[in-house]
Design a protein around this ligand. Structure first.
Ligand SMILES: *Cc1c(COP(=O)(O)O)cnc(C)c1O
Length: 422
């Protein structure tokens, strides 16, 4: 049925087409709570699937190593101008293939292997690429890590400052993947200045909130802003690096030729469209709705007896701490999946369990807000989560199936671009 949307794919490769069609149905019928995911607009979806795909464009607009760039240059220049305007920065590079390579380019621009770099520890909510051991950034550089306070779940800025002054890292990363609270970029900036470090704000998760004015901006506080384009920013899978003019050359050289070859022009086009959409008043409303939904969902979960890291949220993300329940994070996440509620299991700060079998579940509201759910729906969502976690504890599969049917029923009324209607 929905495979008819891709007639050439269906006739050339019916097996693959069937997987895509099944994914469309899955995305349509489930409640997607993974905070790093979203639904792109129909325009972004179209831009990302164009013949721009066919073009090689090593270099930058006006300075390419291949001919025939008349249109590609305009696409990339437009994306760059829109990024600069939206985030209020001097310079933007829209070529990084994704968030992790973007961060690696920052290391290449400012550090040498073996240099000390500082970021938030992965189990505390940081990202692998902020110098964590299993990442290339943690084996090629000397990573030192800060965390959150045990009692509040909040970053201890005095401890960050002490560590920075003791270690004098080349780079300091702020931002993360499981941080439910506002990041104080000014506080990090004064620490980085004192320590003589380059400060990088990795806003992969919150870029859309920043663009929509629902989280303070790091612009003017930090040396480099790194972001993915596919999370709250609601663009195609990709990334951007933004910086002050003084760092523009170093950043551009690090991305190409330092780390990458030809940019993915079809993605650049999708990024340009997403940036245009993010500059509209409707996106400002979206960003604020994401936060309002997250706060309402957090309150409804607290009412139902859940523990939340830091006691709630300021942004799009909620970290549920299940250490007090009989169900560990992975068991809960898998049960929720069977109930049509898609989340990921996650460590919580000071987790007594192992990273592959942790105590937390990470959820967020970017996707459900894109589909049009509002604060009035959040008690229902919290109810489904509570019933599913309960059912997981009791091994009650029929209860999970019942939730799944209710979820599919509600989601049928909230379509998203590219998904089948029924
Ligand atoms: C998602 C994320 C990344 C990595 O992005 P990928 O596109 O998955 O490589 C980097 N940093 C942070 C903080 C993220 O949340």
């Amino acid at each position: 049925m929905s495979a008819s949307r891709h007639p050439a794919l269906l006739s050339t490769d019916p097996e693959l087409a069937s997987f895509v069609a099944a994914e469309e149905v899955l995305q349509a019928q489930t409640l997607r709570l993974i905070p790093s995911e979203n639904y792109v607009s129909a325009a972004v979806l179209e831009a990302s699937g164009t013949v721009l795909q066919n073009k090689y464009s090593e270099g930058y607009p006006g300075r390419r190593y291949y001919e025939g760039q008349q249109n590609i240059d305009r696409v990339e220049a437009l994306a760059i101008e829109r990024a600069k305007g939206l985030f209020g920065v001097d310079h933007a590079n829209v070529q990084p293939y994704s968030g992790s390579p973007a961060n690696l380019a920052v290391y290449l621009a400012f550090a040498k292997p073996g240099d000390t770099v500082m970021g938030m520890a992965l189990p505390m909510g940081g990202h692998l690429t902020h110098g964590w051991g299993v990442s290339a950034t943690g084996s090629w550089f000397r990573g030192v890590q800060y965390g959150v306070q045990a009692d509040t779940g909040l970053i201890d800025y005095d401890a960050v400052r002490e560590l920075a002054l003791a270690e004098r890292p080349k780079l300091i990363f702020c931002g993360g993947t499981a941080l439910p609270r506002t990041i104080d970029f000014a506080a990090f900036a004064s620490i980085a200045e004192e320590a003589g470090s380059i400060l990088v704000a990795d806003v992969a998760h919150i870029a859309g909130l920043i663009a929509g004015g629902a989280h303070p901006s790091p612009a003017g506080h930090v040396d480099v802003i790194s972001t993915t384009t596919h999370k709250t920013l609601r663009g195609p899978r990709g990334a951007m690096l933004m910086c002050r003019e003084e760092h523009a050359k170093a950043i551009d050289k690090a991305v190409f030729p330092g780390l990458q070859g030809g940019p993915h022009n079809q993605t650049t086009a999708g990024i340009a469209v997403a940036l245009h959409e993010a500059a509209q008043p409707s996106f400002t409303a979206y960003a604020h709705a994401v936060v309002a939904n997250a706060k309402a969902l957090a309150a409804a979960l607290l009412e139902r007896g859940f523990d939340l890291v830091s006691g709630g949220t300021d942004n799009h993300l909620i970290l549920i701490d299940l250490t007090g329940k009989d169900v560990p994070g992975k068991v809960a996440a898998k049960a929720l999946d069977r109930a049509g509620i898609v989340v990921n299991y996650n460590t919580v700060p000071f987790d007594p369990r192992k990273p592959f079998d942790p105590s937390g579940v990470r959820i967020g509201t970017p996707s459900l807000t894109s589909r049009g759910l509002g604060v009035a729906h959040m008690p229902q969502v919290a109810d489904w989560i509570a019933r599913s976690v309960d059912a997981a504890a009791k091994g009650d599969e029929p209860a999970l199936a019942a939730v799944r049917a209710e979820v599919a029923d509600l989601m049928a009324a909230f379509p998203a671009p590219g998904l089948p209607l029924s």
